[in-house]
Write a protein that binds this ligand. Sequence first.
Ligand code: GLA
Length: 399
Amino acid sequence: MSEWQQAWTAETGVRTAQELFRRAFGAEPDGVWASPGRVNLIGEHTDYNGGLCLPIALPHRTYVAASARSDGRVRMTTDIGTEPVWEGTLAELAPRKVSGWVAYCGGPAWALTGAGVAVPGFDLAVASCVPLGAGLSSSAAVECAVGLALAQLAGHRLDAGDADRARLAALCVRAENEVAGAPTGGMDQAASLRAQAGHALLLDCRDGSVEQVRFDLDAAGLALLVIDTRASHSLADGQYGARRAACERGAARLGVTTLREVTDLNAALAALDDDEVRRRVRHVVTEIGRVTDFVAASEAGDWATAGRLMDASHDSLRDDYEVSCVELDVVVAAARGAGALGARMTGGGFGGSAIALVRPEKMETVAHAVRVAASVRGLPTPEIHLAIPSDPGACLIEP
Ligand code: GLA
């Protein structure tokens, strides 16, 4: 029997964050907030090109216990960093002044303040069961949970409706881009704050609009495995930025603002003289088409087609976009070979996780095949989670 990696229950998450807070600060927190990681079903490296993507929120969440302070000072602790407690001021939580986990935890304070929200000083403890460096948006989960907490401590609830949630997501993207220095596109924060249980979030990055697409795995007789290869990935390194820059060069050469505006792929490819840019453009444009096709297939209950689209997405990310790696290719091939309807890398790539869409009766076979394939290649044993489209970020204990 397989051991599926479990997410914390909300009770465990709340208790863990509260205990961390008590140990660090010797007091009870005012409240506890939580926000989830995500997997993207399809639509990879499309967000910063004004394209479409289709993430779901995971049951794995980051929990933030926090209290306001009246002296403008900030103390933060986390179970994911190495320093026990960071102490400073609000003014220090700014671009080029902080780095690492402090930037991810503190960035939302800077972004909210910049948007006119009067963030007070605060004490904050962050506990998370979103696997780190696994391409499951542990960073966005931290930012969104902290953002919800600080907005509410400042007297602004930014979780009432989708418009507020979209606003907070945009602020968390700013925090990630400018304070943490990762040039990411915005899908992760949208998934963490705007996805709904039982649904995938069809996000149109041209204008930030969303549509909830029913994605009820039980009802469809399906399961979605998340295969964490344990090849750790980082988005702050140069590869992600290099892909983004190539897309921008392609768009400029084609005279469009974003690659979303490319309507005739063949003409666009013929107009590009740089082979690398041509392949990046081909990935982005075909991937946006696959999102639309995947939504249509899932709405029609045609999971064989949906699976084939996932396979095609992976192949395009591997060959044209060149963001896969041996660990991801090995588990994806093994999952397909063992009967998955479709399998692909998910998230930014260069390590991290893959997903496999399977019939429940094949779950064990696929999980076994994936582990054996990794072991034969001398790769780390993957950790396998079950993805269930879950609730977005929320306040769990009211201040
Ligand atoms: C990372 C980024 C996202 C998105 C994906 C690739 O997860 O944070 O903005 O670009 O990679 O689809």
